[in-house]
Write a protein that binds this ligand. Structure first.
Ligand code: FNR
Length: 377
């Protein structure tokens, strides 16, 4: 076990070819939104109370009707098979072992049925809506039948963000086997071997891209091309007709849209700029959180993501009014850096760090972490 999430990141960087690591790590354009996500946590300082009995320190929370061992969820990430074969299965298992819900991406590289078969854990579905609505309807049907209970509609990807690194690395159509790419792959034989042995990652849940011969970049591009640009607030009613469980809108970036989400009767929102991967200079979710929580915290479950790398980050998000955080890159660092055990270890590290943070803060339960626990530096 390595000491911190960021050390798993370093390990992932060594193990993955540049093409894959940049895809995992990179932000849009100049990386301003990406950097702000981390900086916002650094800008907060704790206000500890001392001499509080913290013998028992309870981290558990209820999130969207499910109990979680701490206020965190393993969030949806697409193309995970690029980091480890059957990555979604391993992530879902790691989440279950850690007592956390797992959100499977529409762009997952494992069949949602296989993920279900691999774990009895709490599984939720993230939805991207393609122009052909039957794809989403079919996906929702299958997910519901397989016991996925909450739907996350991601709304910040009408098109892919501008990602220079993907262009530079040839991570776009067509995938040209450049000298640079071949050298990159040659320097990572372990990764190449794993990918070859398992047939490489495929977007298995989308009928439109089930062709096993398509390479991963073509599949990503298919996904983007098919995205329904006409998707609007009116479609929440369409979702309701096809989904009986809770609905969460992921990718809300300000109070006005948070109000609209509430007016449309959804159960929760994720304040998110997609980990800084979509709109450059997007608002930083942690900074938007306090005003949204102040107005809507009693009516909606407000989740937040972007930049969570420490247990103390989770405490800060909760202090500002989040019900829970979504973990994006952190578990992927674990998986890419040290395989399935690494994903498990990263979640264990975050939990240990969160527990120690609470004790040092003089709070004996997560519910006691409120606005009095932090201040802006
Ligand atoms: C993502 N994210 C994402 N979100 C989503 O709704 N569907 C998806 O398929 C993906 N795919 C994806 C791939 C990769 C490699 C990353 C890093 C992220 C966004 C993700 O759910 C989350 O919003 C961010 O990752 C949160 O930021 P951090 O924790 O990665 O900093």
């Amino acid at each position: 076990m390595l000491p911190s999430v960021m050390e798993y990141r370093r390990q992932a960087q060594k193990r993955l070819p540049r093409l894959a690591f940049d895809y995992l790590e990179g932000g849009a354009e100049d990386g301003l939104a990406l950097a702000r996500n981390r900086a916002a946590y650094a800008d907060l300082e704790f206000r500890p109370d001392v001499l509080v009995d913290v013998t028992d320190c309870r981290l558990d929370a209820t999130v969207l009707g499910a109990s979680a061992a701490m206020p965190a969820i393993v969030g949806p990430t697409g193309l995970n098979g690029l980091f480890w074969p059957e990555a979604d299965v391993h992530l879902a298992r790691a989440a279950h072992q850690a007592g956390l819900p797992f959100v499977l991406s529409t762009a997952s590289t494992s069949l949602l049925e296989d993920v279900r078969a691999a774990t009895p854990g709490e599984l939720w579905l993230q939805l991207y809506v393609q122009r052909d609505r039957r794809i989403a309807e079919h996906l929702m049907d299958r997910a519901w039948q397989n016991g996925y209970t909450v739907l996350f509609l991601t709304v910040d990807v009408p098109v892919h963000g501008n990602r220079d690194h993907d262009k530079r690395n040839g991570f776009s159509l067509p995938l040209r086997p450049s000298r640079r790419l071949l050298m990159d792959l040659a320097a990572h034989p372990g990764w190449c071997w794993r990918m070859l042995r398992h047939g490489g990652p495929q977007l298995k849940n989308l009928a439109v891209s089930a062709n096993a011969r398509e390479n991963i970049t073509e599949q990503a591009s298919v996904l983007s091309r098919q995205m329904d640009l006409a998707l609007s607030w009116n479609d929440v009613a369409w979702l309701r007709r096809h989904w009986r469980g809770r609905i969460v809108i992921k990718g809300i970036q300000g109070l006005a849209d948070a109000r609209r989400a509430h007016a449309h009767g959804v159960d929760g929102i994720v304040l998110s700029n997609h980990g800084g991967r979509q709109l450059e200079s997007a608002p930083c979710p942690l900074e938007v959180l306090p005003e949204v929580a102040a107005e809507l915290g009693q009516s909606l479950e407000i989740l937040v993501d972007g930049g969570v790398r420490r247990g103390s980050d989770i405490a800060k998000a909760v202090a500002l009014g989040a019900r829970a955080v979504l973990l994006g890159r952190a578990p992927l660092y674990g998986l890419a850096g040290r395989g399935p055990a690494g994903a498990h270890e990263v979640l264990a590290i975050l939990r240990t760090e969160l527990g120690n943070t609470l004790r040092l803060l003089g709070r004996d339960r997560i519910g006691a972490v409120d606005a009095t626990a932090v201040r802006k530096r």
